[in-house]
Design a binder for this molecule. Structure first.
Ligand code: CU
Length: 142
């Protein structure tokens, strides 16, 4: 193999190595979850947050039935939060994820539609977590 070829392979390997984290992130499928209503009439769903994702990131619930979000933080050096600001739909959430304890949020959606949830954390001039993929959708259906 010529020297030129060796260099080409080296650069190709390096490029793949650098691109891989970006590729694996964008290739992550949207994970839609249709939440079931429990016998005690609650739509309970566990949501994991980490750098930089929510899992699941697409949650479908029924309108006018109580919802319970069980927020769990995955291993991550960074602080994350969970924000929903949908007063009209009866949903206002501003909670910080904690590695120490699970955070439980309860509300009853009173309007159908698609509502975003996201992490509002941002480090000075860097891109915020939301822009890096830490967002999702709550779909409220009839
Ligand atoms: Cu975050």
């Amino acid at each position: 193999m010529s020297k030129k070829h060796e260099f080409f392979l080296l650069y190709a390997a390096l490029a793949l190595f650098l691109l891989f984290p970006a590729l694996s992130l964008s290739a992550q499928p949207k994970n839609p979850v249709r939440v079931e209503i429990s016998p005690d009439n609650i739509q309970r769903v566990e949501i994991h947050g980490g750098s930089y994702y929510f899992n699941p990131d697409y949650i479908i619930v029924k309108v006018n039935v109580p919802v319970e979000f069980v927020l769990k933080k995955d291993r991550s050096w960074l602080a994350h939060d969970f924000i929903m600001d949908e007063k009209d739909a009866g949903i206002e959430i501003d909670e910080t994820f904690s590695t120490e304890k699970t955070v439980i949020v309860r509300f009853t959606p009173i309007k159908t539609g698609k509502f975003p949830f996201y992490c509002s954390k941002k480090f000075v001039f860097f891109k915020g977590h939301r822009k890096k993929g830490m967002e999702g959708t709550l779909e409220v259906v009839d």
